[in-house]
Ligand binder design. Structure first.
Ligand code: ATP
Length: 438
């Protein structure tokens, strides 16, 4: 992995579109700002990211459960969580060109970066939740909101989860799902979207152990990025200063990544005290405290939360694995994905169309093992290697004239471009070894 990133946002956006990782949503109608669709390769990478995240969650200390909460939440939920009152961003408009900004994103003592005039509106608070109505009548009682974070579904189901699973504090509930925020200025592609996916985990523990557990999770999450294969010099842990913390939050550390546009939050790890369960107890009138068999008293569990955006992580992965180098006198683009998250694990390439049937036979056999693989017979072999490099395929198997007599194929490694000859009946075990070793 090179230390200097060769990626720019423009290059990544173009690559994602060209190769079908990500499309602008409703593009044929001019596009919906801040909303994206994932194509075949993008879908595969996201599936892999979810799997790696879940594996990390499941391999932690203690029990880890899962939940898939609803996307719509009644007004009552968001009142209790504080989102109706507090989930605001400050917004300002240029009176001249009508451009809109997040007030904390720009210097209001300076002219509008868009038109050069200095004629600002007052700063207004803008609630970022998407509101809708459930049922046929639009009245306050039927108000609902698309969730701006997945976490609340975990808190409001806490009693259900604990009474239907034999778990004891401490334990965690992990959840992957969509969240919606009407961001004032969605930008930097998948970095700030209006519809995005979160991978969140709420860890329920006793107040006495919470600080230690918070430290444990900070360490776990730092390790996760090493396991994912990110360049660790571009990852840092940034503890929040006291004045940055929400009033209920006792500690918070952001995992930040060094993007070309600066160090930015990739994940938030927060010790939230017993705020969430206490709020829902207060607003719902249902006691969410748990009973401690040892002390024969009941107490409100404390919470440590780890929350990362799947799409933001996807963008990070693209930045981190994008590389350009020269192979056989030609510049190639290569995504040096960790094999575990590469969308296509291997490609099967006949040297000429004459060898297509024999190659396809090997491809089909491997595909039936469950590995996502590709078969490509069009264009020169060099071009096909470049195509696979550009989408991060770790291995290419080429069937050539000699294969008919020596029953072997050439396997080429994406990163080293080194080639070796292996017998066809060893392809499956070669792949198995390669993907379990990584
Ligand atoms: P930011 O300060 O960047 O707006 P935040 O502190 O509001 O983020 P959280 O509410 O802590 O973010 O959300 C947890 C994670 O969800 C973030 O670390 C990020 O990875 C992801 N995330 C938040 N907002 C967005 C968004 N608009 N688009 C994509 N991912 C997002």
């Amino acid at each position: 992995m090179s230390t200097e990133s060769k990626a720019t946002l423009e290059k990544l956006v173009a690559l994602c579109k060209r190769r079908g990782f990500v499309y602008q949503s409703a593009e044929i109608y001019g596009g919906l700002n801040g909303v994206y669709d994932f194509g075949y390769l993008g879908t595969l990478v996201k599936q892999n990211l979810r799997a790696v995240w879940l594996t990390a969650m499941n391999s932690c200390k203690g029990d880890m459960l899962q939940l898939e909460g609803s996307l719509l939440g009644s007004r009552a939920v968001w009142e209790a969580s504080g989102h109706i009152q507090n989930f605001h961003d400050p917004m300002v408009d240029c009176l001249q060109c009508k451009h809109r900004y997040r007030a904390d994103d720009i210097d209001l003592n300076k002219p509008c970066p868009h038109c050069g005039n200095k004629n600002w509106t007052e700063i207004r608070e803008f609630n970022m939740m998407f509101k809708t109505y459930v049922g046929a009548t639009a009245e306050q009682g039927s108000e609902a909101y698309l969730r701006p974070e997945t976490a609340q579904a975990i808190f409001i189901n806490f009693k259900n989860v604990i009474s239907t699973n034999r778990v004891k504090i401490p334990f965690g509930i992990a959840q992957i799902g969509k969240a919606f925020r009407n961001e004032i200025t969605p930008k930097q592609f998948l970095f700030r979207m209006r519809e995005f996916e979160q991978m969140e985990m709420e860890w329920f523990c006793k107040g006495e152990t919470a600080e230690k557990d918070f430290e444990y999770w900070c360490e776990q999450r730092h390790n996760f990025y090493a396991i994912l294969g990110l360049t660790m010099s571009r990852i840092r842990m940034r503890p929040h200063a006291k004045d940055e913390l929400a009033h209920y939050s006792k500690a918070c550390t952001d995992v930040e990544y060094q993007f070309p546009f600066g160090w930015k939050e990739l994940e938030g790890i927060a010790y939230r005290g017993d705020f969430d369960l206490s709020q829902h107890t207060k607003f719902s009138g249902k006691d969410l405290a748990v009973f401690d068999e040892e002390t024969k008293t009941s107490y409100m569990p404390h919470v440590v939360e780890c929350s990362v955006g799947a799409d933001r992580l996807f963008l990070t992965l693209l930045f981190d694995s994008y590389d350009e180098d020269v192979v056989e006198g030609e510049t190639r683009i290569v995504l040096r994905f960790n094999p575990a998250v590469a969308p296509i694990k291997a490609a099967f390439l006949p040297l000429t169309k004459k060898q297509s049937d024999a190659t396809e036979k090997i491809y089909t056999a491997i595909k039936q093992t469950g590995l996502v693989v590709d078969f490509d017979e069009s264009g020169s072999i060099g071009k096909r290697y470049r195509r696979q490099d550009e989408i991060g395929t770790p291995l290419c198997f080429t069937y050539d004239f000699e294969s008919e007599t020596d029953n072997a194929v050439t396997v080429r490694n994406r990163d080293t471009t080194k080639q070796e000859r292996i017998s066809i009946d060893k392809v499956e075990s070669y792949l198995q070894d390669f993907f379990t070793k990584k």
